[in-house]
Design a protein around this ligand. Structure first.
Ligand code: ASP
Length: 585
């Protein structure tokens, strides 16, 4: 037996007992006549003590040669500590070692295994197995496990069956590029890794599985935006014989269960907002509703004077920043400059100070009188002491710019509290979205999403106006889940493909299997997928999903620990029937 106990569980009750522990040398303090070693495992740290009086001389001598991260098995008696350490749960006791075995020595680790490490990102990723020994990373992985278990428990209790779907498949379009795998047995042909199990879960519904889920890896070859991983995990779900409301209720239930199980919070029923409303009130389809600063439109109140910037704008839209009236001119100017940066792209920013004494001071005092400014303040829900910030121009662009500003203000004002959870559903997304580059419509969600049945006829006349039975679950300003009611009718699916620019042959070649399946009694169905990595990160009160993934890739999609991707040798290429000019080096 390697150990009788773990390094995290010993207390005063075990004083006097003979104990064996195993773990890593966390820290050594050598005072000459006495030596302490902090022994660490997944469960905690226990102090080992060796001293001249009580430890056999050869054991003490051997202990003096220990190094950080050596793996030990240590036997001895639990004794009371003379000075207790109330920083750790085992701080009342220590193990007086009578004998120990070095199970494995260790090289000096390239960074310290501490909560605050001296290792930079790259180094930590290269030695991720050492990084995982650090509490913050280890705790995140354990946290992820807990969330995952709660998800499985809830869904299984609701009658969902976890079914695995294949990874070596054909393209499933979710708007990214495919990762492909060459087939040795079918020279010149390739599998695609799933961007999601979308088509398979729909086929499971045709197969009568009724309620499916899977915690599953998805693969998307996207230009890596901040905090995206080329492989990531979804909680993928599908149900048959359901309408949108059934799905929202079921997965609101899941989310509430997880929030309650993990944090003991009950959020109550989730607000629901249409996409159009979310864009109007927050300029975003994933609004953070933990704080106010809702948008107010001022066209009617501001387009009557000589201020041409507003007069010519499609939209004049503003927010009220709590307490902002006390900001100095310099502070306000800094925000004006901030929104003009190319990343935000606003042409300018109009401000109005709503002073405590009831007066107003604005950057457009030349054009508007107090009565005007008071009306704006009222529309934006401002209190005395607030600052109005107003953007104008093209509707979509202004909303987007004001959203970026609102979020940054909230960050800086500390309004995005990580221990507060504000979920909501955003519904009725547009079915199609115009793509400037290709000058064509793309599916906003994916091609299997059903248009609202009464809007089918609009597909020809006004495609951009068609709304879909598609919804997102938003948590604290992040999209954590998205799904839709699907098309389950061959003709409608064909029509969709046509509108997405597929020829009949192309649609048949790529998705013939699905349309065939629809001819054999496909039930009405719909579903959703949660991004597990992000869900876990938000629940954990953190920003980056990488911190919750055991072995993540870096920003160029590389695993720097195993050094992947890598070249493969000529023979392997030949076997796969691939001809590639390898860079000479
Ligand atoms: N397959 C979709 C996605 O990956 C989710 C869904 O529609 O259920 O976003």
């Amino acid at each position: 037996m390697y150990r009788t106990h773990t390094c995290g569980e010993l207390r005063q009750a075990q004083i006097g007992q003979e104990i064996t522990l195993a773990g890593w040398v966390h820290k050594i303090r050598d005072k000459g006549f006495v030596l302490w070693v902090d022994l660490r495992d997944r469960y905690g740290i226990t102090q080992l003590v060796f001293d001249e009086e009580r430890t056999p001389a050869d054991v003490l001598e051997k202990a003096k040669k220990l190094g950080r991260e050596f793996v030990l098995q240590a036997k001895g008696t639990i004794i009371q500590r003379t000075s207790r350490n109330d920083q750790i749960p085992t701080g009342d006791i220590e193990l007086l070692v009578s004998e120990f075995t070095i199970l494995n020595p260790s090289l000096l680790p390239p960074f310290t295994i501490e909560d605050e490490t001296d290792g930079g990102d790259e180094l930590r990723m290269k030695y991720r197995y050492l990084d995982i020994r650090r509490d913050p990373v280890k705790d995140n992985l354990i946290f992820r496990h807990k969330v995952t278990m709660e998800v499985r428990k809830y869904l299984s209790d609701q009658g969902f069956i976890e079914v695995e779907t294949p990874y070596l498949i054909k393209s499933t379009p979710e708007g990214a590029r495919d990762f492909v795998v060459p087939s040795r047995m079918n020279e010149g042909q390739f599998y695609a890794l799933p961007q999601s199990p979308q088509t398979f879960k729909q086929l499971l519904m045709v197969g009568g599985m009724d309620k499916y889920f899977q915690i599953v890896k998805c693969f998307r070859d996207e230009d890596l935006r901040a905090d995206r991983q080329p492989e990531f995990t979804q909680i993928d779900c599908e149900m048959a014989f359901v309408e949108q409301d059934d799905i929202l209720e079921t997965f609101e239930g899941l989310t509430r269960h997880v929030l309650h199980a993990i944090h003991g919070v009950d959020t109550g029923a989730f607000p629901r907002m249409t996409y159009d409303e979310a864009m109007q009130r927050y300029g975003s389809d994933k609004p953070d509703i933990r704080f106010g600063m809702e948008f107010g439109e001022l066209n009617a109140l501001a387009q009557h004077g000589d201020f041409n910037v507003f007069n010519q704008a499609e939209l004049v839209v503003g927010i009220a920043v709590p307490g902002g009236a006390s900001w100095s001119r310099k502070e306000i100017d800094a925000w004006v400059d901030w929104v003009k940066r190319p990343q935000v792209g606003a042409k300018g920013l109009v401000y109005v100070k709503c002073n405590e004494d009831g007066t107003y001071k604005s950057s457009v005092d030349k054009f508007y009188d107090t009565e005007d400014l008071a009306k704006w303040a009222k529309t934006l829900g401002a209190q005395k002491g607030d600052l109005l910030l107003i953007i104008s121009g093209d509707k979509a662009a202004s909303r987007n710019q004001l959203n970026v500003l609102r979020m940054e203000l909230a960050n800086q004002l500390g309004l995005r509290k990580t221990d507060e959870f504000a979920p909501l559903w955003v519904t009725d997304f547009p079915l199609l979205e115009w793509d400037e580059d290709s000058e064509s419509y793309h599916a906003m969600h994916h091609p299997f999403t059903s248009p609202k049945p009464d809007q089918l006829s609009l597909l020809d006349s006004d495609p951009g106006a068609v709304r879909a039975n598609a919804y997102d679950l938003v948590l604290n300003g992040n999209e954590i889940g998205g799904g839709s009611i699907r098309i389950h009718d061959k003709e409608v699916q064909q029509l969709m493909f046509k509108h997405l620019g597929f020829t009949e042959e192309e649609a048949k070649a790529q998705f013939g299997f699905l349309m065939d399946a629809f001819q054999y009694g496909a039930p009405p169905h719909g579903g959703i997928a949660f991004g597990l990595d992000r869900f876990v990160a938000i629940l954990g009160g953190q920003e980056t999903i990488r911190d919750f993934i055991a072995f993540p890739k870096n920003n160029s999609g590389r695993d720097v620990m195993i050094d992947a991707p890598a070249h493969i040798d000529k023979d392997q290429l030949k076997e796969l029937g691939l001809k590639i000019d390898l860079p000479s080096s």
